[in-house]
Design a protein around this ligand. Structure first.
Ligand SMILES: C[S@@+](CC[C@H](N)C(=O)[O-])C[C@H]1O[C@@H](n2cnc3c(N)ncnc32)[C@H](O)[C@@H]1O
Length: 232
């Protein structure tokens, strides 16, 4: 109910006023966290950790782009972009989402996943607005709109320093790993945002990792998110 009221307020007030009120509400948080806070499902801890991983690949000089599968309203994407734009390496941010709500769950997904089919309808416009507010040059990021089944096979492939997988269900998580992991550079990071929260995401990740020759260590960030480093 509370959430519905907020979205009504967002629709009736001018955008600049809504953003001003949100800025006041999240005054205690640093940029870019406060800018993305109203538009992300990630916890603050998870957002800070994403920021830290983006800074770590920079400190370690790991080459490659940042890739996100599951953008929603552009919250976590804003954090990735903000950390990436001052990179000494030529990086770009690739953002993949259908912006059409969660797809059908598979038989490997849990009851909670079935319940959220069709929900979380994101927005390319909102994602662009976050990028604009964070002064991210348009040429530094690419939004690829469509279902992963259609877009990932045709995706532009190159070295990846940081892969953020935030698409909840078995099929999209598995496809994201199968498509992009091979391009993650040694020492680069993979964040599996829903490993602790969604059964299908956990099964897809475990299946994928069990078939790798190299063994990786999953590390917990918060209740939902885990990450691992590709062995060097
Ligand atoms: C949990 S939301 C992402 C949250 C976001 N990273 C944030 O900062 O709040 C999951 C997103 O994955 C997208 N998604 C899931 N499965 C997909 C698929 N097969 N193809 C395209 N997009 C998909 C949904 O549209 C949704 O926007």
């Amino acid at each position: 109910m509370m959430f519905k009221n907020l979205s009504i307020i967002r629709r009736i007030l001018p955008l600049s006023l809504v953003e001003f009120l949100e800025d006041i509400r999240y005054l205690g948080l640093p940029v870019p966290i406060k800018t993305v806070r109203p538009h992300t499902l990630l916890s603050n801890l998870n957002l800070f950790f994403l920021k830290e991983l983006a800074q770590r690949v920079e400190r370690m000089g790991i080459p490659g782009d940042f890739v996100e599968c599951g953008v929603y309203r552009g919250g976590s994407a804003g954090v990735l972009a903000y950390e990436m734009i001052n990179s000494k390496l030529a990086r770009r941010l690739w953002l993949y989402d259908a912006f059409a709500g969660m797809p059908a769950a598979s038989e490997l997904d849990d009851k909670y996943s079935v319940a959220i089919q069709g929900q979380f309808i994101g927005s390319e416009a909102q994602t662009r607005r976050i990028m604009q507010r964070l002064n991210i040059p348009e040429e530094d990021f690419e939004i690829v709109v469509g279902w992963f089944e259609d877009t990932l096979p045709k995706a532009e492939k190159g070295p990846i320093a940081l892969l953020h997988i935030d698409c909840d269900f078995y099929d999209p998580v598995k496809l994201s790993l199968e498509t992009f992991y091979q391009y993650v550079q040694p020492g680069g990071y993979v964040v599996i945002n829903d490993y602790g929260a969604f059964q299908g995401c956990r099964i897809a990740t475990d299946e994928f990792l069990n078939h790798l020759d190299e063994k990786v260590q999953l590390v917990q960030i918060d209740r939902e998110a885990y990450f691992f480093q590709k062995p060097q």
